[in-house]
Write a protein that binds this ligand. Sequence first.
Ligand code: XMP
Length: 328
Amino acid sequence: DWTPESIITQAVERIRAQVGHERALAAVSGGVDSSVAAALVQRAIGDRLIAVFVDTGLLRQGEREQVEAAFRHTLGANLIVVDAAETFLKALKGITDPEEKRRIIGETFIRVFEQEARRLGTIRFLVQGTIYPDVVESRAPDRAHAQRIKTHHNVGGLPPDLSFELVEPLRYLFKDEVRRVGEALGLPPALVWRQPFPGPGLAVRCLGEITAERLSRLRAADAIFTTELERAGLLQQRLGEDESAAVAQAFAVLLPVQSVGVMGDQRTYQDVVALRAVTTQDFMTAHWARLPADLLERVANRIVNEVDGINRVVYDITSKPPATIEWE
Ligand code: XMP
């Protein structure tokens, strides 16, 4: 019967049988699926797995360090971190349309990954974190949103001369099983149970033009909000586990709007941040979270005092539908 250990044993055997003495490449995004898939393959073939993490510059505070710590230090995996922040910023320069942002990020990701793959020489296998619901959903093309969600870190779209055989060790697992396997492999709970984060990252939470300065503002505000939620014990620790009223997803959004404020005896004209926090079971519908007023006040004060360039904080009180969880 089903235990994470029995799944791991079986998967390891299967991976070894498939990969033999060859090498395999994995794109690790920091998300649950790609991380667990890579960790499983690493368990099976050790250093012959090369995990590539692309730092897009669109990550949240501490995310790159978390992936480095988990893969390099905890698992002892062969991890390459590609610092591509400049490349992404350049590609996104002047772009404000959300779908255009997504498209550019997807393409840039593939280009960066492709370049890294070529540098590493011929590698026969590519690890993909496809899970069972992905397999089922890709047979239902009308579910446009599900498709959209998946377009990013699935490294499809590689040129034909860079073709791989796929290793998909999670193909028959549900999300919850993937998380349990991840824990049993020694991945940190914070990574395995983390809240969803869109593939295009902070780009779709930085409304309007994306610049290094605006991203760092957003990142700082987001970190304050999530830290305070965590400190108050309001963030769901194990997503999907129970009907808890705790917040399933929370983040800051930097608006393309400036507003007037007053600091000391100075008039200010600066950016506005919106806070978004929802309770949900499946992310298809969601309620705005009834956060305590004193927590919201503390977050607003900290953001305005600690983050340069922001003088106003608003709280999003729309549920889904009619709003979506993300702003773009
Ligand atoms: P919405 O905004 O549609 O989001 O209510 C539902 C869930 O999907 C996530 N989301 C994305 N994930 N790429 C992703 O990988 C995307 O482009 C994307 N857009 C939304 C969102 O964070 C929420 O959990």
